[in-house]
Design a protein around this ligand. Sequence first.
Ligand code: ADP
Ligand code: MG
Length: 343
Amino acid sequence: MTDDQTFLSVRGLSVRFRTEDGPVQAVENLSFDLTRGTTLGIVGESGSGKSVTSLSVLGLHDPARTTVEGSIMLDGTELVGASEAVLRGLRGRRMAMVFQDALTALSPYYSVGEQIAETYRRHTGGGRSRSRARAVELLGRVGIPSPERRVDDYPHQFSGGMRQRVMIAMALTCDPELLIADEPTTALDVTVQAQILELLAGLQAEFGTSIVLITHDLGVIAGCADDVLVMYAGRCVEHGPVEEVLTRPQHPYTAGLLRSVPRIRSDVDQPLLPVPGNPPSLLGGLPPGCSFRPRCDSPGLVGSGACGTERPELSGPDGHRAACHLTREQRGALTDLLPLTEI
Ligand code: ADP
Ligand code: MG
């Protein structure tokens, strides 16, 4: 069910690439809604399908090598199968993306002002001086000091954090209603990371922007997201309101990620525990059963019955669902395995 407040609605999204080695099923049967003016966090290890999902929303996959199935509705417009002309009309104005790697996403040959102004001109047909004024305004809005001077600088003249702000400024050029931020803080130190996240929250408060925030760090999700979707090997394994998911995880993978979040408190001697092992290869499709099974450390069920043979469906009450064969009681016990401290 979707209602007026749903800005982005994804249903049964599957994305497959043709590669020289065979088909890669990067995303499978993914569904979520994003309510206007709220933030959905998508979390998962590297390779779990987060970027592929965001590129699908923007319609940026190479159609010659990629099969995209399912539905992506942006405020009532179907994006799957939409023409390039329709997508181009929506990109920038209605939806925009902050790419994972600012240095490769920005051109080294043009000043940041020229790059923002060019985007503005393309979308609005605005003249030279108006586009430049817009670039200065946006650089100021994202917290770059002396924007009227920095507008003529080149990307390499900015620090990592400032470059990420430039990327955000560029994405904001046409005041998009939906902003997809793909690991916007991954390469940054924690102080700068906090500033960038604060910036996104401020934009949302001021402009009612709907945000998809992608990260591999549940600590980032804790402070910023309303809902969270946990991806593993191209699928959603857990989805729900952020407080619910972080305090009562229903999937052993989420519980494992929570155990790997660095603790602030140093008086509690708790080691950082990454989830052991590696995710499965997506080449040629996944084996039957639960794809997390080889890494699952939940007591009781490992190796037994359904885990090895049946793919678990998402299930659970009140919009907090997990794809796991553990019983409700066993899922409840996952909370006991969590660290003592608050996130
Ligand atoms: P992440 O969660 O780290 O953002 P991605 O969404 O980038 O992961 O990638 C998901 C999976 O899809 C990975 O196994 C990746 O190697 C594969 N993949 C991504 N893009 C392509 C592509 N263009 N061609 C083939 N495989 C791809
Ligand atoms: Mg990625």
